[in-house]
Design a protein around this ligand. Sequence first.
Ligand SMILES: Nc1nc2c(ncn2[C@@H]2O[C@H](COP(=O)(O)OP(=O)(O)OP(=O)(O)O)[C@@H](O)[C@H]2O)c(=O)[nH]1
Length: 263
Amino acid sequence: MIQTTLFQLDDYGPWTVQPTPRSEMDLQVLQARLYANIAAFVGDREGYAFYTRGDNIIGITNGLDREEHERLQASLRNRYPVTVSFGIGTGETPRTALEAASTALQTAGSAQDETRTGVCRGKTLIEDRMKNGTSDENTVHVAHFDIESATEQFTDRLDAFETYTAIHRWCGSLARHLYRTHDALSFFVGGDNVVSICPAMDEQAYHDVIDHVTESVGIPFRVGVGAGRTAHKAGLAAKYGLERGRERKQPVVITEQPQTVSL
Ligand SMILES: Nc1nc2c(ncn2[C@@H]2O[C@H](COP(=O)(O)OP(=O)(O)OP(=O)(O)O)[C@@H](O)[C@H]2O)c(=O)[nH]1
């Protein structure tokens, strides 16, 4: 089982133009700060948060209970001129967990409902277990994808815009394929890196994903995969796998938990 949290700004669209349109850079700073605050809070509790659309941030929040969500929400309320609603959802796969989180929030009201202000809806893993007796085997699987020699192929050869669009085409193709075929949620995290929250998948499944996407966009890449009770633990194991794949020139490395947790 996996737990996700959808963090969504309330009635933000109207706020960006009232009483008159607000400076775009001011909105960008607000969104970047909000993301930084949420990522730091969730990251300190071994979760992951992804920027996605700025007004919607997706968290992998195994390990955060309802009180912690409410503590974060109260803190954001004190710091920002807009409120943020949270939808919490659990599921067997990342996709179904996020669907549950999204439904919990949509049921509480539209993203542009002026009466929806800072609600926290849905069920955490702990609540789900207490109510429905669901399994406490809460393993997160993280796949960290990285383009082979992106610096040589793109950064040092093409202009920065060509590089940016080529990498986004790769990322979009990979994310859509993993979502459709494996219920995985994938996010661009910077440079030439994509982090995917996946269900349990074997090595051949990762080879098939790489072959399919490389065939369609013509960009070779590799992946390190890790599992753990939290996104942090799984993600760290994935990074060690990626390093090993670089050294051994292996496109797929699935690792056990690394011994150190210093990253
Ligand atoms: N978010 C994030 N970005 C990273 C990470 N590792 C590298 N990057 C980014 O990716 C860019 C390219 O770095 P690399 O992937 O190491 O370079 P490369 O040229 O592809 O080389 P190889 O991966 O060794 O083939 C860097 O400038 C960073 O922006 C990571 O773990 N997380």
